[in-house]
Write a protein that binds this ligand. Structure first.
Ligand SMILES: [Mg+2]
Length: 366
């Protein structure tokens, strides 16, 4: 089996409502579908969600780097030779979402060729996982309504609350969420670097009062001494996310005392590097959680497969609900969140098919 073609197809899929967080706002899914075809007719898929306000990539930059830089390295190669291809792609720095989508498509092909689902190839820790829902910024009433809808319609009992704006507003939202949702649901928080160190330390103490379990990216990690002070003084663990996007970056952050737990995202480290990060953290006794890069439906299927493949990830609720923001997508069969859980697909590879009519409708390059 050899790689025949590599395509990067830009899409624009509308959201039902915008998703806001301290470092930006997403109003539609400008994702890039990476499609790798082999000489024996197999097709592997991966989704690259550009997040320019966090990582610098845009849909146009992802299309360009895949087409002009990565495709020539991939065509003719064995899709099973992931370590060799990973080294080839690593000669270009950055472009993590583009590399992540290629890696996902390679695993999809490997699974299809072996007749096994990706989560089974990754280690088959579970067949389904508890789902966590990410609540975007809004008024406290809007944030509560979002959570209650997820509880009532999908049985979700774990929520990551976006914070990182005005502290009083953030705490009002968390207080109201705790009051409305009760004590049994898990709340954790993500400030997307929105606070300074002094504010973050005050916030962490107050969040602990509401039994919030973790705080992600409270301030910019480049504010080195400020971040270490937060880690020292916070009563709840500080999670590295956008400051810990590579294997070496995770190691450095943990050794420097910038983070005590790590958010892992298929959208930026694919399956291969995500599994390496999970292994590194497992050896160090550091918790890892599957985060959501506001993934579309394909990214959600991939995140669920990663979590079901790795025991350390299957233990914590997995952020896999935000595709529900999308009004539609290009997958023939959308993911399902039921009774608070997301199940891995049991078909070979990722088990996804692309709806050709929807692809024709949402692609922006024709
Ligand atoms: Mg985050």
């Amino acid at each position: 089996m050899k790689i025949d073609t590599v395509e990067a197809i830009p899409l624009a899929v509308p959201y039902r409502r915008p998703f806001a967080f301290a470092s930006g706002v997403a109003t539609r899914a400008d994702h890039v579908l990476v499609r790798i075809t082999t000489d024996d007719g197999r097709v592997g898929h991966g989704e690259a969600p550009p997040r320019p306000y966090t990582y610098g990539e845009t849909a146009a930059s992802i299309v360009a780097v895949v087409r002009d830089v990565f495709a020539p390295l991939l065509v003719g190669a064995d899709p099973f030779a992931r370590e060799r291809l990973r080294a080839d792609l690593a000669r270009t720095v950055g472009n993590n979402a583009a590399k992540g989508a290629i890696d996902v498509a390679l695993w999809d092909l490997a699974g299809q060729a072996c007749g096994q689902p990706v989560h089974v190839l990754l280690g088959h820790a579970a067949d389904d996982v508890a789902a966590a829902h990410m609540i975007g910024l809004g008024t406290p009433a809007q944030m509560v309504a979002d959570a209650v809808e997820m509880c009532e319609h999908h049985g979700v009992e774990a929520f990551k609350v976006k914070v990182g704006r005005d502290l009083a507003h953030d705490m009002a939202a968390v207080r109201q969420l705790r009051r409305e949702l009760g004590d049994s649901v898990e709340l954790y928080a993500d400030a997307n670097r929105g606070w300074d160190a002094d504010t973050a330390i005050v916030a962490a103490r107050r969040l602990a009062d509401f039994h919030v379990t973790m705080l992600e990216e409270p301030n910019p990690a480049d504010d080195v001494l400020g971040r270490r002070r937060i880690v020292r003084e916070s009563p709840i663990p500080i999670v590295g996310d956008e400051s810990t996007i590579t294997l070496g970056g995770v190691a450095r952050s943990l050794l420097d005392g910038d983070a005590q737990a790590i958010s892992v995202k298929v959208a930026r480290t694919g399956f291969t590097d995500s599994a390496k990060i999970v292994g590194l953290c497992e050896g160090l006794g550091v918790t890892t959680v599957v985060g959501n890069q506001i993934d579309g439906m394909l990214g959600t299927v991939a995140s669920t497969a990663l979590a079901c493949g790795q025991r350390a990830l299957a233990r914590h609720p997995v952020e896999v609900t935000n595709f529900l923001l999308m009004a539609d997508d290009v997958l023939a069969e959308p993911p399902v969140i039921a009774d608070g859980r997301a199940a891995a697909r049991q078909a070979p590879g990722l088990g996804v098919a692309i709806d050709p009519d929807k692809l024709a409708h949402y692609r922006t390059d024709r």
